[in-house]
Design a binder for this molecule. Structure first.
Ligand code: GLU
Length: 487
């Protein structure tokens, strides 16, 4: 294979979404597998919708995922510029060439005329497309239009009755009929190229060898092939990766889970987990293995194992995978990931995050088994904060425990004895509970559930010993008192 050059070519119209991240990832893995070049090109010819903020957000998300590139707006390269708006002068000679060879022509139709044509075709039950009214304008006709103040677009003259075959590395041979295409626009009336035109010129000039992108672009590919042929430009190989669907098999949308990569970052997902999850949306390894390091992915990734059937976005699998990576994280790192969430929830401040760090680490450790993503930290750890608790009186298990006449005794004893203690660790806690049980003559569930209710107000939560150890004697006594007050 000639030296692989691939690109990820986002339109900077919003944050990086899951589908885009997967395209970037597949390109990147492919490039790294073959020791090739990965470039990022910004496709910003849609002036109304493109912003520099979106551009930054996309690049930031890619960096966060650990996807890097060898050529691009920030790192440079000798095939630049890498922003389409800065390449307009490069496109001009090709437009000229197509006009001169008759592969393109100026079209002066107004939006109203085009709309009328679309409606007419629709009424006849035909595919709406441009039928070529301006294909053979005379010089006089053109002058008349210009005198009326009309600004032309430049259209590609699609040959009639031709089969166009996209030989796709994932989809195989896909045939298109040129008659269904209609003469499409290459250059808009504002002088800017359309996506189909710019993408071909850029891919050719940037010497891209493989175009790996989402399935939604497959229908654009015959148009692009026509341009390659008309300009006698070398064609890259295409690989169209299937759509990502939600669990109900409709196109992935916000209903199925966050679609923006940044949202996952904010929710406390790890980039390694997201990469591992994304790669399996379309690519399948040879064996049963599901957890892959990035190095393993680079070694094993191939387009041959990219499926042409749609991938289903399984949120629970992503959570499971993230939980797996969170478990492997050193406690200090995991705690660090949880701190902003605890702060946002008002459970800690910037200061207490520093002064109480060892305690916070222990608290994170007590819930890490249950944590799927770091934004769950406040919900899982709330039980360790506060001097009072709210008694969950509606809970069946709480009700049942409260109906035992030993329960109140346990709570009172806990309040009193904890209040007397000064040193406190897991062993003291165990001993204390044992003594209370002995004194009142209660053990097992009746004892432990009563103690749990005394310090949490609830029937469930993290391991009782961890809760007691973490909240300490003073807080245990205060909480028990608050529960007694609610009885
Ligand atoms: N700018 C296009 C998009 O964001 C890229 C399509 C392509 O990769 O050719 O969908």
């Amino acid at each position: 294979m000639s030296k692989v050059r691939v690109r990820y070519a986002p339109s900077p119209t919003g944050p990086l979404h899951i589908g885009g991240a997967r395209s970037a990832l597949f390109n990147w893995l492919f490039a790294r597998h073959f020791g090739g070049t990965m470039l990022v090109r910004i496709e910003d010819t849609d002036l109304e919708r493109s912003t520099r903020e979106a551009e930054e957000l996309i690049l930031d998300s890619l960096r966060w995922l650990g996807i890097d590139w060898d050529e691009g707006i920030d790192v440079g390269g000798d095939h630049g510029p890498y922003r389409q708006q800065e390449r307009l002068a490069l496109y001009k000679p090709y437009t000229q060439k197509l006009l001169e060879s008759g592969h393109a022509y100026e079209c002066y139709c107004t939006e109203e005329e085009l709309e009328a044509e679309r409606q007419e075709l629709k009424a006849r039950g035909e595919l709406p497309r441009y039928l070529g009214k301006c294909r053979n304008l005379t010089a006089q006709e053109k002058e008349k239009y210009i005198a009326e103040g009309r600004k032309p677009v430049i259209r590609f003259r699609v040959p009639d009755g031709k089969k166009i075959v996209v030989d796709d590395l994932v989809r195989g041979k896909v045939e298109f009929d040129s008659d269904g295409i209609g003469d499409f626009v290459l250059v808009k009336s504002n002088g800017l190229p359309t996506y189909n035109f710019a993408v071909v010129l850029d891919d050719a000039l940037m010497e891209i060898t493989h175009v790996i992108r989402g399935d939604e672009h497959l229908s654009n590919t015959p148009r692009q092939l026509l341009i390659y042929q008309a300009l006698a430009l070398p064609q890259p190989q295409f690989a169209h990766v299937s759509l990502i669907l939600g669990e109900d098999r409709s196109k992935m949308s916000k209903r199925h889970g966050a679609t923006s990569v940044l949202q996952y970052r904010e929710d406390g997902y790890l980039p390694e987990a997201l990469i591992n999850f994304l790669v399996l949306l379309g690519w399948s390894p040879e064996g049963e293995q599901e957890i892959f390091s990035v190095d393993e992915l680079i070694e094993q990734f191939s387009l041959e194992r990219v499926s042409k059937s749609p991938a289903v976005f399984d949120m629970n699998k992503l959570k499971w995978m993230n939980a797996h990576y969170l478990k492997a994280l050193p406690l200090a790192d995991l705690t660090h990931l949880c701190l902003p969430h605890l702060e946002k929830a008002g459970l800690i401040t910037k200061e207490t995050a520093e002064t109480d760090l060892p305690w916070l680490e222990a608290a994170v450790d007590a819930v890490r088994e249950k944590m799927e993503y770091a934004a769950q930290a406040p919900e899982l750890m709330r039980v360790f904060f506060g001097d009072t608790v709210l008694l969950d009186k509606d809970n069946e298990e709480v009700k049942q425990t409260l109906s035992l006449n030993t329960t109140k005794q346990v709570i009172s004893a806990l309040q009193q004895r904890a209040g007397e203690l000064t040193s406190w660790d897991s062993a003291t806690v165990r001993k204390l509970l044992k003594e209370i049980g002995k004194e009142i003559g209660v053990k097992g569930k009746a004892l432990f559930m009563a103690a749990r209710i005394a310090v949490t107000g609830q029937s469930h939560g993290p391991d009782l010993n961890s809760v007691l150890t973490l909240i300490g004697p003073k807080r245990a006594a205060l909480r028990a008192k608050s529960v007694l007050d609610q009885l």
